[in-house]
Design a protein around this ligand. Sequence first.
Ligand code: AMP
Length: 531
Amino acid sequence: MSTNYNLASAIHRHGLQTPDAVAVAYKGQSVSYRELAERAARLAQELRQSGHWSADDGQPPRVGILASRGIDACVALLGACWAGASYVPIGLKLPEERILTILSLCKLTAIVADADGVKLLSERVRAACPPLVICTASDPDAALAKPGESPAAAPGGGSSSPQGLAAPEPMAAGDVAYIIFTSGTTGVPKGVMISAAAARHYAQMIARHLDLRATDRALETCELTFDFSVHNMFSTWEAGAALHILPATVVMNAVKFVRNAQLTVWNSVPSLVGMLRQVKTLHADSLKDLRVTVFGGEALPEGTVAAWRVAAPNTAIFNLYGPTEATVFCLGQAVEHDTAITAGRDFIAIGTPLPGNEAMIVDGHKQVLANGEAGELAVAGVQLADGYLNEPQLTAERFPTINGKRWYLTGDLASVDAAGTFHCLGRIDNQVKVLGYRVELEEIDAHLRAVSGIDLVGAVAWPTVDGMARGIVGFVAASSLDSVQVIRDLKARLPAYMVPNQLVALASMPLNQSGKVDRQALRKRLEQDPL
Ligand code: AMP
């Protein structure tokens, strides 16, 4: 029998084997594996039975997920998977322009929205949507009260047994499981296409690697648009454990949330811990129930680990590294007391390739470098993305064949020490992480140029706390600037975390030797004279 790579298979399996175990909990409500399987299967049936279900390029149909953080969002995403579709998360925090850009970039067969997602279906967005739009809200009346046109509401609860449900549609290894959009240097986001084989390998490999168990209760801190959510959902569900979603409104009370729900697995970017330390909610022994902690998505400061050990004395701590283009995390290590620190940066080293992955350091000519030499980190293996949606040239550039094997050039400057441990030394380009979000500074530049009408502009990640960016400052070559208007215009185009908190008009913009805006000089200026 051929393998079904459908990501929803784990839910189907646990729906049959442990039907009453909690699969997802959110704001005092929870759904069992049986209920989740039933709701996803019914949504899949509705999608497939509509007259609009089609795909025209040999790939699965694509379903946009206009939902986040909640049981309905999980149903939306799993229903799309169950139907045999590639799911495409569309953030709820995106301005209308950005949603329209994403809709225009990928031809969707359907959109599934939760109650908050439905509110984003303005007339312009509706006009750009495919004909098939379904709402998964448990209370569809509430969800549909607002907009003029009513998307069909997916059937809610019911009593059919999972034994009676159709299994998730077969998906082949090479079918695209999901497409996640990340910041693109040209001003347009790029869609990273991850195959079903890569996603399934990741879920199975990482659940085993972290020794996740059916008795675990794991924390979800991420939006669906960030591929860390793939880790949170599918590693938890692979193990038959319960996913507890942190409501966006209580992020700063994450410690209390985790303690009250007696969670055993913590998943977050290190920045979240930095913020919890800042608001002083991280007390000694406050997280005694935690047995597994996953930090990933950005550099892990030594100080964060030290504070975490005091707050959560019984947990194993993992530092996981990876770009979206290599399916969530592809390198990592358990952080022990003697774990290597990256010299001069006070960050924890990123470890060694996880099972199924490979890594090496190359120079600008794609020649492999020896241990100790700094160069670009390249990764390979089963988790590599198929490439960027509709971007064959960029795909060829970033996923070159080196010595007969396909690699992804991460853009991270890195080296390997004598013990074979990889160290991340920063970026070789202008990509930054702002509170864990991946941002290409050139993308902000492109929009800043467009709205200000000024060519010479430069965005800088600022301020930086514990080596982590907390915001953006934009510089514009001008003697004066209507900052309020420019920021308002940027908010209409970019997600909030990409909008500069401040704009500075500079009569003379510093340029580097190649005549480009000198971001180093702009950063130095901020260090010497913080705003
Ligand atoms: P994303 O595609 O959003 O996951 O961002 C990937 C980038 O985040 C990587 O290329 C690194 O620059 C950075 N990153 C992710 N995890 C780590 C980590 N554990 N340590 C250092 N940098 C990281």
